[in-house]
Design a protein around this ligand. Structure first.
Ligand code: CUA
Length: 157
């Protein structure tokens, strides 16, 4: 039984290693890498491009920089940090999220937007939000003492 247990472990690790190193599988990041210490090197994550941007009639991009313990959604005209997003119902939204420190979660509770945000990768997901309402955007990966304070709101109008 010990040999069987050991062999199973080797087999599982081999499958995991094949996926990670040969197939280059990473959770919802599509293999796009970014330097966590310098996310601004990517235009999408420069301060003025954070938050929601309309790119077409019914297409939006939401760029977010996650860090302990905050989602940076840019600033409004008065320079205040944005913590509320309004998305027109039925439009297509591409969420792009990066982390500058540890692993964070990006979950719009009640929708199928649920990503792991790993430092070094751009997590992206395109969705259509068809149900109006106010949703809570929250971190669902334990990231430190302020984990529970990491949230914002997403309103589909
Ligand atoms: Cu970020 Cu938990």
């Amino acid at each position: 039984w010990l040999i069987f247990g050991g062999a199973s472990l080797v087999l599982f690790l081999a499958i995991l290693g094949f996926g990670a190193f040969y197939l280059g599988t990473h959770p919802q990041s599509h293999g796009v890498t970014i330097d966590p210490e310098n996310v601004e090197a990517n235009e999408a994550f420069q301060r003025e491009n954070l938050g929601i941007t309309q790119v077409d009639d019914d297409k939006y991009i939401v760029n977010v920089v996650a860090s302990a313990f905050n989602y940076d959604l840019g600033s409004d005209e008065d320079g205040n940090a944005v913590s509320h997003l309004e998305i027109p119902k039925g439009s297509t939204v591409l969420f792009q999220v990066v982390s500058t420190d540890v692993v964070h979660g990006f979950n719009v509770a009640g929708t199928n937007v649920n990503m792991m945000v790993e430092p070094g990768y751009i997590s992206s997901m395109e969705v259509q939000l068809n149900k109006a309402g106010e949703y809570t955007l929250l971190c669902n990966e334990y990231c430190g003492v302020g984990h529970h304070m990491m949230h914002a709101t997403v309103e589909v109008v």
